[in-house]
Design a protein. Structure first.
Length: 250
């Protein structure tokens, strides 16, 4: 049996929310706790990235597939590194929908981010209709294959995955711990077909209406290694409870 060294992680996706005062309260709230067994990361809107103190691990919510040049409104990996970013959320369903990001573009962005030495938080997940029509695993495999084909299995060692069922995002309708575990185990098995060791070490977060009150039961599932948190990441006390739940796993 392989020993896992997966380090629990919680990433807060502030989306288009937050301000300098939330930065201060978030940092001071989390500084009070012993979170030494896990990593916590804040992914604020771009203009706030440079305003955190050095103790906070930072992620961006997007990155350009280009290096520089005439791409109005875009941000490159090197600019993200300049403001101390270590992670990049890629493939979030809101960007897939609002910005028409395809599986292919997402795979390109994952590659660009890895090449720059940053860690992608690669998001995938299904709409409710896919669960209803019984094609869940087929749908998720296609999302995973698009990235696998471009970066190869060995590069998965350098990224974090986040399963986010679209029907659970911002709806208050969390996946049950069993539903989350079923998909996380499926993903781990899917990767194991190509490399058992990488699959075993792969950090897979769950995202979709995680709160302080349900984090414990979700994170206690054997293949759930933490969470990607939207709404509750804007409430420092709730975010702290979620981080403490992940810290218990470490
Ligand atoms: P939610 O969002 O926690 O508000 O459901 C999760 C996400 O979109 O990453």
């Amino acid at each position: 049996m392989q020993v896992t060294t997966r380090r629990p992680m919680v990433a807060g996706n502030w989306k288009m929310n937050g301000d300098t005062s939330l930065i201060k309260t978030m940092q001071s709230t989390l500084a009070q706790a012993d979170l030494s067994n896990m990593d916590w990361v804040i992914c604020p809107p771009m203009p706030l990235l440079g305003l955190f103190d050095k103790s906070t691990k930072l992620g961006s919510q997007n990155v350009s597939q280009f290096d520089s040049g005439a791409h109005t409104g875009e941000t490159s990996t090197s600019l993200l590194k300049e403001v101390g970013c270590q992670y990049v959320i890629i493939g979030h369903s809101e960007r897939r929908q609002d910005n028409h990001e395809s599986d292919q573009l997402i795979a390109e962005k994952v590659k660009k981010t890895l090449d720059a030495g940053l860690t992608p938080i690669f998001c995938f997940g299904e709409p409710e209709s896919v669960r209803d029509d019984g094609s869940l695993f087929e749908y998720l495999s296609a999302q995973l294959d698009a990235v696998l084909e471009v970066i190869g299995i060995s590069a998965f060692a350098d990224l974090v995955m986040a399963y986010e069922p679209i029907w659970a995002i911002g709806t208050g309708k969390t996946a049950s711990p069993e539903q989350a575990q079923e998909v996380h185990a499926f993903v781990r098995d899917y990767l194991a077909k190509q490399d058992a060791n990488i699959a075993q070490q792969q950090v897979i977060l769950y995202g979709g209406s995680v709160k302080g009150s349900n984090a414990d039961e979700l994170f206690s599932q054997p293949d759930v290694d933490g969470g990607l948190i939207g709404g509750a990441s804007l409430k420092p006390d709730d975010f702290l409870s979620i981080c403490l739940a992940a810290n218990k796993l470490g």
